[in-house]
Design a protein around this ligand. Structure first.
Ligand code: FES
Length: 238
């Protein structure tokens, strides 16, 4: 799809093609932006190869300037820098005409406004460099490693908004990706789908069913702030 500022706009993120979340998002996007938006969606749930191929085609066809909107609910500043760096490599001398921004797939009106506001988009020329020595060369001091299931059945049970809220709640509690805090990793199916949305916690190995915002708040407070298992949310062996 095109806008007044861009010859090509693409939206990239996980779970844009299938499932209830995708169905709702696609319907809302079509209402706001027209049917052409469906061709602008690139699902990255299984990796970014399709996205890179789309971008190469756009660049080869001279569809510039181009805007890529990152819809990954767990993306952040570092992911945006990584995307910009990838686009810089792909675009070469055309990098100054390739732009990136981060959007919220749950707020389609804001998304529609965002793509019309070039002042909120970043080019792919001035990408911050990785420092020569950085924390990524060390085993991190996080106390918990938490695996969030993004498999198809947990997603259909409402996992993605809950994982987004979990991240926000951990950040508010000062427990997100810090010493003594929690490192979040998304996974594909972890297997106990019928008890999902599934979240597993290490080092204890506890399996949790987190099915509501109240569950998220409880898990953050009791498990990650107070350091005790939440027995009522633990899955039972079938
Ligand atoms: S889809 Fe989440 S456990 Fe299978």
């Amino acid at each position: 799809m095109k806008t007044a500022h861009y010859a090509r706009v693409l939206f990239a993120g996980p779970d844009l093609n299938q499932g209830s979340f995708a169905e709702l998002l696609r319907r809302q996007l079509v209402e706001r932006l027209g049917a052409a938006v469906l061709d602008a969606l690139c699902d990255t749930g299984a990796g970014h190869d399709e996205l890179w191929a789309r971008l190469r085609n756009c660049l080869a066809a001279g569809e510039l300037p181009l805007l890529l909107v990152d819809l990954d609910p767990l993306g952040g500043s570092q992911q945006l820098d990584w995307l910009r760096d990838q686009l810089k490599s792909l675009a070469g001398t055309q990098a100054e005409r390739v732009f990136v921004c981060s959007g919220d797939a749950e707020d389609v009106p804001a998304l529609a406004a965002l793509i019309q506001q070039p002042e909120r988009h970043l080019d792919c020329l001035q990408v911050p460099q990785l420092p020569a020595a950085h924390a990524w060369s060390c085993i991190p001091p996080h106390h918990y490693r938490v695996l969030l299931c993004n498999g198809p059945r947990c997603t259909r049970r409402g996992a993605l908004p809950l994982w987004k809220m979990l991240r926000e709640q951990l950040k508010a509690a000062g427990k997100l990706e810090c010493a003594g805090g929690v490192h979040l990793t998304r996974t594909q199916c972890q297997f106990p789908c019928d008890q999902g949305p599934t979240l597993s916690v290490y080092p204890s190995g506890a399996w949790y069913r987190v099915s509501s915002e109240a569950d998220v708040r409880r898990l953050v407070q009791e498990q990650f702030v107070e350091g005790r298992e939440v027995a009522e949310l633990i899955m039972r062996q079938a």
